[in-house]
Design a protein around this ligand. Structure first.
Ligand SMILES: O=C(O)c1cc(=O)[nH]c(=O)n1[C@@H]1O[C@H](COP(=O)(O)O)[C@@H](O)[C@H]1O
Length: 236
């Protein structure tokens, strides 16, 4: 089945351990409403087959495995993601310039069919205090800004950051540099482990291109209604 490009910027984070629960959600979704993210839990449990199954239903898939390894290993993993035909794949920007450049080079043979390659800056679950504890003497916005500049220098397509940093990054980067923002919480949603958060409407207004949303939809009593409400609030 050919993939449908949604008009919505929403990417649903499919963080599930039980296949039946995943299927029950995906059965309700239409590829015009959202893209889907396969992360570490789902991929570790079900492997590439789950990606293929979602693609066969017409969904564009963001493979969120946050590769962070030596350049040779990361480049090979990113090429494997390209072979899977995913729409987007990510690495950790803190893996450094050599790692990110190697990952970008590994996608050159795929030309226009290459997935979008983005880099995670500072996890949205972290505050500036958490950075100090791992030896980073910068606050979250400064560290995000630094890693985004490195990512852009390496020719990647964009970064994962919190919506709170998007105004700074929008000002520093060309329009086509993608800002993918998790830590999205509609008004009244539980924060869970997220620290640097924004509502869907605020995130888009501040310059996000894509909103990664998990539990506020997937753990809702009515996930489809929750997604529709978010899309409506965004005018799509
Ligand atoms: O790369 C990511 O997608 C990611 C980066 C980040 O900094 N923070 C973050 O929450 N994520 C992912 O985004 C999703 C957020 O899920 P919820 O917190 O349930 O909305 C999870 O699947 C995380 O793995």
């Amino acid at each position: 089945m050919s993939q449908t490009t949604p008009i919505s910027p929403v990417i649903i984070a499919l963080d599930f351990a039980v296949r039946a629960e995943l299927d029950a959600l995906v059965d309700q979704l239409d590829p015009s409403q959202c893209r889907l993210k396969v992360g570490k839990e789902l991929f570790t449990l079900f492997g590439p087959e789950i990606v293929k199954a979602l693609q066969q239903r017409g969904f564009e898939v963001f493979l969120d495995l946050k590769f962070h390894d030596i350049p040779n290993t990361t480049a090979a993993a990113v090429a494997a993601a390209a072979e899977l035909g995913v729409w987007m794949v990510n690495v950790h920007a803190s893996g450094g310039a050599k790692m990110m450049s190697a990952a970008k080079s590994a996608l050159l043979p795929y030309g226009k069919d290459a997935p979008l390659l983005i880099a995670v800056t500072v996890l949205t679950s972290m505050h500036s205090d958490d950075l100090v504890a791992i030896g980073v003497n910068a606050d979250a916005p400064s560290q995000v800004s630094r890693l985004a500049a490195l990512t852009a220098d390496c020719g990647l397509d964009g970064v994962v950051c919190s919506a709170q940093e998007t105004p700074i990054l929008r000002a520093q980067n060309p329009e086509e540099f993608l800002l993918v923002t998790p830590g999205i919480r509609p008004v009244g949603s539980a924060l869970g482990d997220q620290q640097r958060v924004a509502t869907p409407v605020d995130a888009m207004a501040m310059g996000s291109n894509y909103l990664v949303i998990g539990r506020p939809v997937t753990r809702s009593s009515d996930p489809l209604a929750a997604l529709k409400e978010i899309n409506q609030s965004l005018g799509c």
